[in-house]
Design a protein around this ligand. Structure first.
Ligand SMILES: Cc1ncc(COP(=O)(O)O)c(C=O)c1O
Length: 410
């Protein structure tokens, strides 16, 4: 499914001055999140990694289906706490500042994902000062046998990386939590987000390996392993927008893993696989070029709004909404045929490419609309909005005008 009826209808209703625009189908998001939740065993907790898309409307739409939110900065923490008040928060990320940790303690964050022995000491000191016991998961950078992380372009663990604690230091860190060094920290378990872009069998192998390793570690130190968070990383296939991660197989595998570890709560924190499918970047064709034998369409907007194809090096999947009206007396620019067209933005850089060699059923004309799919995650919020000072897109949360706001307030 490249578009939904609500998105097509809304994209048609916008005038050129309303483009580009991000269109979010919140009904589709709710349905998808409910299906994900239903595929998971009840015992498995589902958190949403807010970094994928922290729009308040998205966070709120997910709320009935998730058990909490993972945040990765003091900014995200304050934002998510405002957008979905009272929901459990897990605070992760490398390089947390003392100020951010103090703020998180003041907000009563439910879980800290601690990334180093130093961070442990800082948090313990801050918790002692305010007289609370902070509940922590230790993030480890674990190797996973079987090469399951090798296929990921976004691996953050299992190799030299600045994320998490090296397993070689695990026993030293655990001792500091059992020998009275840090009485204001309550170790609940382990966190290990090791890679993004894995399929269900790959992620299940990672989860099994992480959980078994964690059980051994905590048992060695006489601690109950209450929780294991195996992170996000469920693949989104930008070359096949109609395909989704196999949540059913993943849920079944997690159920079997949970049965092997009945005392431990398993938790996951997907980002992109929850929200990528609910967002579209809608725009129109400003001009076309036939250059050195190839067709280009220059679109309103570009990678300063939708950076995903530039950062990931893929072609953003798209659909065309033909617009037959042409209001000018001069000829309408159009690509030369139904052959491949490269879709670019307005930026003065050859990197401003949204999709290469797109095969279209008919020539693309100035004024035609283009809807880029899978733009609901790591899209607007990772883009370099101010480069060249073009206007910001509109933001529309469907269905219904009450949830619509534009332009984005930054
Ligand atoms: C710690 C952590 N958890 C979860 C995620 C979400 O990953 P994804 O969006 O691939 O599911 C990330 C992404 O970088 C992460 O760093």
């Amino acid at each position: 499914m490249t578009t939904t009826p609500a998105v097509r209808e809304h994209a048609r209703s916008l005038g050129p001055e309303g483009l580009p625009a991000y269109l979010y189908d919140l009904a589709a998001l709710r349905d998808h999140a409910a299906a994900v939740r239903a595929a998971l065993p009840r015992r498995v907790e589902l958190y949403y990694a807010a970094k994928a898309n922290p729009e308040p409307e998205i966070l709120a739409a997910l709320s009935p289906c998730v058990d909490g939110y993972e945040v990765a900065s003091g900014g995200e923490l304050a934002h998510v706490a405002r957008a979905v008040p009272g929901r459990p928060l897990a605070f992760g990320g490398p390089g947390k500042t003392p100020g951010e940790l103090a703020g998180a303690l003041a907000l009563g964050v439910d879980r800290f994902h601690v990334e180093s022995a130093h961070e442990l000491a800082v948090l313990a000191d801050l918790a002692a000062r305010v007289g609370v016991r902070a509940r922590i998961l230790l993030r480890f950078n674990l190797a996973v046998p079987g090469g399951h992380l090798d296929g990921s372009a976004l691996a953050m663990g299992g190799r030299p990386a600045p994320f998490g604690i090296d397993p070689a230091d695990a026993d030293t860190v655990l001792r500091s939590l059992t020998d009275g060094t840090h009485p204001h920290l309550e170790p609940l378990g382990v966190h290990a987000h090791l890679a993004s872009g894995l399929d269900a069998p790959g992620l299940l192998a990672v989860a099994a390996s992480v959980t078994a390793w964690s059980a051994g570690l905590f048992a060695r130190h006489g601690l109950p392993l209450r929780e294991v968070n195996t992170g996000g990383g469920m693949a989104v296939d930008y070359t096949r927008p109609g395909q989704r991660f196999d949540w059913t197989a993943y849920g079944e595998g997690l159920a079997a893993l949970a049965d092997r570890h009945p005392e431990t709560v398993l938790r996951i924190e997907p980002g992109r696989a929850l929200t990528a499918y609910c967002g579209w970047y809608a725009t129109d064709v400003l001009d076309t070029k036939h250059s050195h034998g190839e067709d280009f369409a220059v679109l309103r907007g570009g990678t300063h709004h939708l950076r995903t194809p530039a950062t990931k090096g893929h072609d953003q999947p798209c659909a065309v909404l033909p617009v037959d009206a042409w209001p000018h007396p001069w000829p309408r620019p159009a690509t030369t045929g139904a052959g491949p067209v490269t879709l670019v933005g307005q930026l003065c850089t050859p990197k401003d490419v949204l999709a290469r060699a797109v095969a279209l059923p008919a020539p693309l004309r100035a004024g035609d609309r283009v809807l880029f799919a899978l733009a609901g995650a790591y899209a607007w919020n990772i883009s370099h909005h101010d480069f060249l000072m073009h206007p910001r897109p509109g933001f529309h949360f469907l269905p219904g005008p009450p949830a619509t706001r534009e332009p984005h307030d930054g």
